[in-house]
Design a protein. Structure first.
Length: 364
């Protein structure tokens, strides 16, 4: 655990320290988010936060690759994930500066998924009714789909100060716990890479959050949201689709399909928001990627919650879904239920208190 904690702290410290320089760099090159009618922010703000995340990830990888335990995670797949991450940050930088059209950006995202495939990062099987071995073509297609959905799901919730970075930090924490137990407790070498990726993700999100929380000094931009989505998607692929869940079924208290359920659980809120947005826009005869102000965070904000309270509520929603699933894998179902009720109750309390205050103010 010490090596993973070092990984988190190192990536957090580097991201925190380098972000102000990236902020200045973005302003110099005109990579800024101007205020539009659908936006919540009220001031022009620099983008390119993903550049700081990439630098922090790169430096951390170089350092921790020499550690005895974490260093074992750096093989061909890790190289492919890093290369894909580099490309997607460059793609995001161009989009943050020049605002690429949706089709061009989607083509670039597909190319990123292709980089992962070329390095062997793909779904090999699915834990359904035991184990289903996927034909290579189906595995590759599903891999591309997972990567595209993960990147765009995180991108869709990046519409409020501190929201995406906090949600991804919570999601990565839940994923890290699951992968860490598999890697260290059960000795699954395949879980080492996702453990390391998740630890770095937690670190860069926590390091970036002080600069991105309300009022934000810098936005992560598409360079950051796509980078985080890619890392989460790659972690899910390397863990969910590349180890046999039946090998831990005798030790695990949860069903063997939990590895398949976990990626959906940790990304539940972004995925729900993504799905609702696509359906809403298609039904209105618009492009699925056409922006609007009807996302979950917009609705919470219009309900009278402040930006800070809205982000906290969505953090708690994410935790209320992700942590129970992680707990269920290695603890009795009632423990998972208790975890879910705790975070769910906290989110309801946060929302209810705000609604009560709003009603009281109207009465007065």
């Amino acid at each position: 655990m010490r090596e993973y904690l070092l990984t988190m702290l190192l990536s957090a410290a580097i991201c925190y320290l380098i972000t102000p320089y990236v902020e200045h760099f973005a302003l110099q090159f005109g990579a800024i988010a101007r205020v539009r009618t659908r936006d919540i922010h009220t001031e022009t703000t620099p983008r390119w936060g993903g550049v700081a995340m990439w630098f922090a990830t790169s430096f951390t990888f170089v350092v921790v690759s020499h550690l005895p335990l974490v260093g074992k995670s750096f093989g061909r797949e890790a190289q492919g994930i890093f290369l894909a991450g580099t490309f997607v940050v460059l793609l995001g930088m161009i989009d943050d500066r020049y605002e690429l059209d949706a089709l061009t950006k989607l083509a670039g995202q597909a190319l990123v998924a292709g980089i992962l495939l070329s390095f062997g990062v793909q779904l090999l099987w699915l834990p359904i009714n035991g184990l289903i071995t996927l034909p290579p073509a189906i595995g590759q297609l599903l891999t591309v789909l997972v990567v595209l959905v993960a990147m765009n799901a995180v991108n869709f919730i990046d519409g409020m100060d501190g929201l995406a970075s906090g949600v991804v930090a919570v999601a990565a924490t839940a994923f890290f716990i699951f992968a860490y137990v598999l890697a260290v407790v059960y000795g699954f070498n395949r879980a080492g890479a996702p453990s390391t990726l998740s630890a770095v993700l937690i670190g860069v999100c926590l390091g970036f959050l002080p600069h991105n929380a309300y009022p934000a000094k810098i936005f992560m931009g598409d360079s950051g949201s796509m980078f985080l989505g890619l890392m989460l998607g790659a972690s899910a692929i390397t863990l969910t689709g590349q180890f046999d869940p039946n090998a831990i079924s005798s030790e695990s208290t949860g069903p063997t399909f939990l590895p398949l359920l976990l990626p959906f659980a940790v990304l539940a809120i972004p995925l729900v928001d993504f799905g609702m947005a696509v359906v809403r826009r298609v039904r209105a005869g618009r492009s699925p990627f056409a922006p609007d102000n009807e996302h979950l965070h917009h609705k919470l904000f219009r309900a009278g919650n402040s930006q800070l309270r809205t982000t906290i509520i969505m953090y708690l929603w994410t935790a209320a879904i992700a942590f129970p699933v992680t707990t269920w894998a290695f603890a009795p179902w009632w423990a998972a239920l208790l975890v879910g009720l705790t975070f769910g109750g906290a989110s309801m309390l946060a929302t209810k208190r705000r609604l009560v205050a709003k009603v009281d103010s109207r009465i007065e």
